[in-house]
Ligand binder design. Structure first.
Ligand code: NAD
Length: 496
């Protein structure tokens, strides 16, 4: 992380632009409405942002549809689309410092991660789908001599992408990459809590040669712009990432409108199972703290339920309680900060409310538990560990989405699996054991979209990411994501 940049000075000089991008142009809302965006870092005013309504979504969808119908993008050869997406990725990297600063100011994460994780992963994702798209072949079905049956993939049309605020650029890129590479047009509705990088991405895409109208961004509130997009009769699919509560509504909106495809990537309450036969429990505790407190705990896959075998539980809790203070909240604009601000005051109150619930249900708070840096004007919470938690407690059942984890004890492998799976979520899980049979057995029994063995954070564009149960139904990343944004067409030819 470069220390030569004075991020505080840069932040003061930054000019953020909260206007929508429709048909390749920055535009105000049709009715001129905006909302004020403040930074959770210190409460400073950042800019006025377009408060999109149905009329703005209509304009964006019209533009996207026109771009799709005249095939200005879908009609280009895959190798040509690849080049544009590669240039788009290069533009993102060239704008790294600006995008990182916007992301940090918008939603509070430490600048070293906006720089080193968010911007780079966004560019990587766009480039990866660009690189993939001219290497995918269609199929001929083995039907026999009398006929030829071709199975081809076609872009779907107009994709609505609705994304959350915790990884604003990366979540957008996970939709944009496969949707654009496949030849679709996209209307992106970023979270009202973190709209700034999305608008900038759309400008960079146009500069990279993406034809106007192929990628539009309309900021606004969920119940206004988001609802209008999800209910739109001319949107073919919604790629949604967000809460399970709103994911349910996406399915309703599809039912009420045109039965558009809905791909939901939702919440989690991921279990981290540590068995006594894993030798190095200090390493397990370190990995847990690193994964849990990364991004202020505002990660869908945060390991927020820690299941530890009885015989090592006391020692593990001690080690974890000693790890937590290493993630003390600090100024997100300082290059060494590892834990920044929660996204806003509402989230701060939610997280503190869960900490209160932990106390009142009888769990023991062994680290953190309080608001921090209140005099900064921002929203910070100490990394917090509860021990003595039972899986029935609210803090073990509900997604907190803050730097709070819960340690639950178990006696046997069967009990550990039963507790881990006793959740409405199923996004991710982890098993720590040096017994190879147990590691495989437990990994197989865990009902989660991703299971890690003896680590937690391994990640790559090549693997799908998504959940079982109420964690969702879609898979972002990897070649599998193309399935969401393409239609399969069968074409029969008679050969006799
Ligand atoms: P949220 O559900 O409140 O909002 C997500 C998006 O939906 C925002 O853009 C919001 O404006 C919009 N929205 C809200 N109400 C809407 C409505 N009625 N109609 C249409 N759109 C609406 O979620 P959030 O608080 O922004 O994000 C946190 C959630 O996202 C957590 O539950 C987290 O687990 C989840 N998440 C999941 C993944 C994953 O890949 N599974 C990744 C990141 C975050």
């Amino acid at each position: 992380m470069p220390h030569h940049v004075n991020w505080t000075e840069r932040a003061q000089a930054l000019k953020a632009d909260g206007r929508a991008v429709i048909d390749g142009q920055r535009v105000a809302a049709v009715d001129g409405q905006t909302f004020a965006k403040h930074s959770p870092v210190d409460g400073r005013f950042l800019t006025d942002v377009v408060r999109g309504q149905r009329a703005d979504i209509d304009a964006a969808v019209r533009s996207a549809r026109a771009a799709f119908e005249d095939r200005r993008w879908a009609g280009q050869a895959p190798a040509a689309r690849k080049k544009v997406l590669q240039r788009f990725a290069e533009k993102i990297l060239a704008a790294k410092e600006e995008l990182a600063l916007l992301e940090t100011l918008d939603m509070g994460k430490p600048i070293q991660y906006s720089m080193g994780v968010d911007v780079t992963a966004t560019a990587r994702c766009i480039a990866w789908y660009g690189e993939a798209v001219d290497k995918i072949y269609d199929e001929i079905a083995p039907t026999g001599d009398h006929a030829l049956a071709m199975i081809t993939r076609e872009p779907m049309g107009v994709i609505g992408a609705i994304v959350p605020w915790n990884y604003p650029m990366i979540m957008a890129a996970w939709k944009l990459g496969p949707a654009l590479a496949a030849g679709n047009s996209v209307v992106l509705k970023p979270s009202e809590k973190s709209p700034l990088t999305a608008c900038r991405l759309a400008e960079l895409a146009v500069e990279a040669g993406l034809p106007p109208g192929v990628f539009n961004v309309v900021p606004g509130y969920g119940h206004e712009a988001g609802e209008a997009l999800a209910l739109h009769m001319d949107v073919d699919a919604i790629g949604f990432t967000g809460s399970t509560r709103v994911g349910r509504r996406m399915l309703d909106y599809a039912g009420q409108s045109n039965l558009k495809r809905v791909y939901n990537e939702l919440g989690g309450k991921s279990a981290f199972l540590v068995f006594e036969d894993y030798g190095d429990i200090a390493r397990a505790a370190q990995t847990l703290a690193g994964s849990m407190f990364f991004n202020q705990g505002e990660s869908c896959n945060a390991p927020s339920r820690v299941l530890v075998q009885d015989s090592i539980a006391d020692e593990f809790v001690k080690l974890l309680a000693a790890e937590a203070p290493k993630y003390a909240p600090a100024d997100p604009l300082h290059p060494d900060t590892v834990l920044g601000a929660l996204v806003d005051e509402t989230q701060l109150k939610t997280v503190l409310g869960y900490i209160d619930a932990g106390h009142s249900e009888g769990a023991q708070c062994v680290a953190g538990g309080r608001r921090a840096r209140a005099d900064s004007g921002g929203y910070y919470v100490e990394p917090t560990v509860f021990a003595g938690v039972s899986n029935e407690m609210k803090i073990a059942r509900e997604e907190i989405f803050g730097p709070v984890t819960s340690v639950i004890r178990f006696k046997t492998e069967e009990e550990a699996i039963a507790i881990a799976n006793a959740s409405s979520y199923g996004l991710q899980a982890s098993v720590w054991s040096l017994n190879v049979n147990r590691a495989h057995r437990v990994a197989r029994a865990l009902r989660a979209g991703t299971v890690h063995v003896n680590q937690y954070d391994e990640d790559d564009m090549t693997v799908p990411f998504g959940g079982y149960k109420q964690s969702g139904n879609g898979r972002d990343k990897s070649l599998h994501a193309f399935d969401k944004y393409t239609e399969l067409k069968t074409t029969w030819l008679r050969l006799d």
